[in-house]
Design a protein around this ligand. Structure first.
Ligand code: ZN
Length: 67
């Protein structure tokens, strides 16, 4: 599996256990400040989960007819 470490929502660096989910006190303070000032905005998630693979229709599993 790909490493399970989260990244800091503020600066995207790997999180530090002591400051989860942030990487440092600085980022924790930044996030707290955003909440307190009401300026917290959730960044747009552009990670579209769309795969254009056509889904196969219902299986047609009849055995081939002998001719
Ligand atoms: Zn950070």
């Amino acid at each position: 599996m790909s490493g399970g470490r989260m990244s800091c929502p503020i600066c995207k660096r790997p999180t530090e256990a002591a400051w989860t989910p942030f990487c440092s006190r600085r980022c924790a303070d930044v996030d707290l400040g955003r909440w307190l000032t009401g300026g917290y905005a959730i960044p747009a998630d552009d990670d579209a989960d769309e795969d254009g693979a056509p889904s196969p229709g219902p299986g047609d599993n009849r055995p081939p007819r002998p001719s």
